[in-house]
Design a protein around this ligand. Structure first.
Ligand SMILES: [Zn+2]
Length: 448
């Protein structure tokens, strides 16, 4: 339980007044102006009026509370961040920049400037290179995420790629290696799944997730993580290693499908057909892993323009297009279906199309609230008579990240490069949130 904050007055000039008789949980400084502290060198760096506010609680060792600040009107340079309280830290800004949002507040996205990542985040220190943006990030702005305790802001970025700067000798990565981070952390209870090292199957919902739920993410120029959450990415993959996290979600889906199709006597894989709805990054990676398993792969999406049809064709898969509602007319009877859009209509249409003993995997979530008139008794009868199985899947365990790295390493690098359709610099990362025609995977270059 966080301790209750006690308020102290605090002069903007750290030389004259740092009166904090007891150890403060937070130091919050509000509406400080440059004029009120002309002699303070750290304030002199600010050319504007600032609202300073709580950003982050005292860390576990009780040693380094931070001041949070936010620019109260637009101007050049730093737009938000935190300052270390102690005298030495007040003289200069640290230079970790990060993709920061207030969950549930569209328009709050900005580049935050933060202190070095706290050592309690883990012993592996990483220079952030790339962060992938996905629908979850947009959903966080609409209210889907949760900031760490102590402040309203969350560093987003759960699709990571970085270069290891420091690592202990027994870590699975060495300094200089490319690395991606596992997203989900076990709940504190822990539940049986988390106790078994499978927080991706957490049953009490109290897990945390880097960049999504209760923990700052990897969308920063520096981050730390524990060795057990560090995934080594081979150098040959280079920037394509940023696809490791979305690949892990798909690897977990296929791992389950591989087991579930064995419920029934199965045809050899080359004869089996997989139908994937949604040609976004998840659908594309699902198609890749399906092809690597020898499935005949068909991909259905709305668009006819942009890179998606050619990317599907280059995999040796077949592209189909049309609005939801036209899938039913497709003359296909899939043994395996992967629904990657979250569109309710496609879920229903796919369920009715499955081959006998077919398996359908739901990966997509839609924020749409459209109500559909559905004859569930007909869908249910079709599933009963077909021995069909439908299951959902989310997140991934460490081994799925490793499977994803293997799948990416076996794929054609030119094809994978085609998935990364747009790069935006960290300084303007907000542009990556707005979908543009032709987008597949948008990544943020954390070095720019
Ligand atoms: Zn759990």
């Amino acid at each position: 339980m966080p301790r209750r904050p006690t308020h102290h007055t605090f002069s903007p000039n750290p030389n004259t007044n740092t009166r904090t008789a007891s150890k403060p949980l937070y130091v919050v400084l509000c509406r400080v102006s440059r004029q009120s502290s002309p002699s303070a060198s750290w304030m002199g760096a600010l050319a504007h009026h600032w609202s300073l506010r709580l950003h982050r609680p005292l860390n576990a060792s009780g040693s380094a509370p931070y001041l949070g600040y936010e620019q109260s009107r637009p101007g050049p340079g730093i737009s938000a961040g935190v300052l270390p309280k102690r005298r030495a830290g007040l003289d200069r800004f640290t230079h970790v920049k990060a993709m920061s949002v207030i969950p549930g507040r569209p328009g709050s996205e900005l580049v935050a400037e933060l202190p070095d990542p706290p050592s309690e985040d883990g012993s592996v220190l990483v220079e952030g290179l790339l962060a992938g943006i996905c629908g979850t990030d947009a959903e966080i702005l609409r209210g889907g995420g949760q900031p760490p305790p102590g402040g309203p802001r969350l560093v987003i970025g759960h699709e990571s790629l970085g270069r290891v700067l420091e690592a202990p000798a027994d870590a699975p990565v060495r300094p200089g290696d490319l690395v991606a981070g596992v997203v989900r952390r076990p709940d504190p209870v822990p539940c049986p799944a988390c106790a078994a090292g499978r927080p991706d199957f957490c049953v009490n919902g109290r897990y945390t997730e880097r960049g999504i739920k209760g923990l700052d993410g990897y969308g920063a120029t520096r981050w730390r993580l524990s060795p057990r959450f560090a995934i080594a990415v081979p150098d040959q993959l280079g920037d394509l290693g940023v696809l490791t996290e979305p690949g892990s979600v798909v690897a977990k889906a296929w791992e389950q499908i591989d087991r579930l199709v064995l419920r029934a006597p199965a045809e050899p894989r080359p004869g089996r057909l997989a139908l994937i709805t949604g040609a976004g990054p998840i659908g594309m990676l699902a198609a890749l892993l399906g092809r690597q398993r020898g499935y005949q792969v068909h991909v259905f999406d709305r668009v006819t323009a942009g890179p998606k049809p050619a990317l599907v064709a280059a995999l040796g898969a077949t592209y189909h297009h049309g609005p939801a509602g036209t899938l039913e007319a497709l003359d296909l009877c899939p043994d395996v279906a992967l629904e990657c859009t979250g569109a309710g209509q496609l879920v229903i249409e796919l369920a009715g199309k499955l081959a006998p003993a077919g398996v359908m995997c739901l990966i997509g979530i839609s924020s749409g609230r459209r109500r559909l008139p559905v004859d569930m008794s007909r869908v249910g009868a079709s599933m009963v008579l077909g021995n069909s199985l439908v299951f959902g899947t989310v997140s991934a365990a460490r081994r799925h990240y490793e499977q994803a790295v293997g799948a990416l390493a076996r794929a054609d690098p030119a094809w994978l490069r085609g998935l990364i359709s747009r790069r935006v610099p960290l300084s303007g990362w907000q542009q990556g949130l707005a979908r543009q025609p032709g987008d597949v995977k948008v990544v943020v270059d954390l070095t720019q």
